[in-house]
Design a protein around this ligand. Structure first.
Ligand SMILES: Nc1ncnc2c1ncn2[C@@H]1O[C@H](COP(=O)(O)OP(=O)(O)O)[C@@H](O)[C@H]1O
Ligand SMILES: [Mg+2]
Length: 303
């Protein structure tokens, strides 16, 4: 198969691993910098080009869109979808995952446990907002933050109010800011479940090494292998499905009322391979083989 990995970070570990496994399995694979792709939008003839050649010849694409370039990256993926190129992650699913409010709405609607979350455009009703969440402390989150940046722990009502006021100053749209119940049972730890298709192919526990409440590896958190319960596996797969993602890094926390989903990442890092020894890249390539072929067959019979 001809496979394109859409990635601007040609030297990224995840990009290198996907390329390596695709070659090992006999595919013709190219890494395409989507920021250098250009789209021609024309009646009945959408095209995407890269360095002078048309990308419609690829059988499948694996998007690895950075959150800092979600808009452009998903526009390129959408254009390829319109040409009938198979993509392992759809443009709409990637867009959804980049907005924590939109994601939590979808997860909640699917009956998936999430930390209690409230959204507001101002601090007038701060006491009521905080009462809805229960005890202090609370978490305040930017809807488009990543790597633990944009997540704040407010210990007191006063602190919560002033942090919110500061956030509202720089965000004129209230949907960018979430107030969330603090899951104290798992403070400083969370679980990353790597989902491919209908399976969890690797899972790790992340633990912050200092007294930070955030366990992101980017914040110096340390990963160790963890065995998930059947319930946790089921909920991680359900969360990926609710978002419409075939490949997803599902973050969850253990709580006294069961597993709660924090977020679902559309371009999860491959550091989990080093922690768990699982070959995540091969799982993704295998998934692409199965599904791109099936789709192409379906297309040929006109379904
Ligand atoms: N409601 C919460 N209660 C306790 N800890 C949390 C909560 N939300 C986030 N955290 C901690 O902060 C980290 C980052 O939050 P997350 O929502 O995953 O944002 P990011 O997209 O920046 O990774 C999580 O991995 C977790 O350790
Ligand atoms: Mg996270």
């Amino acid at each position: 198969m001809k496979i394109a990995i859409l990635s601007n970070g040609t030297g990224n570990y995840s990009t290198k691993r996907l390329k390596e496994e695709a070659i090992l399995r006999g595919h013709d694979v190219k890494v395409i910098k989507y920021k250098e792709c250009y789209a021609s939008i024309e009646q009945s003839n959408p095209t995407v080009s890269y360095r002078g050649s048309d990308l419609s010849k690829f059988d499948a694409i694996i998007p690895r869109i950075a959150s800092s370039m979600t808009k452009y990256g998903t526009a390129i993926v959408r254009q390829l979808e319109m040409q009938g190129v198979y993509t392992v992650s759809s443009s709409i699913a990637i867009s959804r995952s980049r907005d924590k409010m939109r994601s939590l709405q979808l997860l909640a609607k699917s009956g998936i446990g999430i930390p209690k979350t409230v959204v507001s455009r101002n601090t007038t009703d701060i006491d009521d907002l905080l009462n809805q969440l229960g005890d202090m402390p609370v978490i305040i989150k930017l809807a488009r933050g990543t790597h633990g940046n944009g997540v704040v722990l407010a210990e007191t009502k006063k602190a919560a109010k002033s942090v919110l006021q500061a956030f509202y100053l720089t965000n004129d749209d209230g949907t960018n800011i979430l107030l969330q119940e603090f899951i104290k049972e798992s403070a400083g730890t969370d679980i990353r479940a790597f989902v491919v298709g209908s399976r969890v192919v690797a899972s790790m526990k992340r633990q912050s090494l200092d007294d930070d409440f955030r366990s992101n590896l980017h914040k110096g958190g340390e990963g160790t292998t963890i065995k998930l319960t059947e319930e946790e596996k089921k909920i991680a797969i359900k969360a990926a499905k609710a978002m419409g993602l075939n490949v997803a890094g599902v973050d969850l926390m253990r709580s006294s009322r069961g597993p709660l989903i924090l977020e679902v990442n559309a371009s999860p890092g491959f550091g989990i391979e080093k922690v768990t020894g699982r070959n995540v890249a091969a799982e993704i390539i295998e998934y692409v083989e199965m599904n791109a072929k099936r789709r192409n067959k379906k297309d040929k019979v006109g379904a």
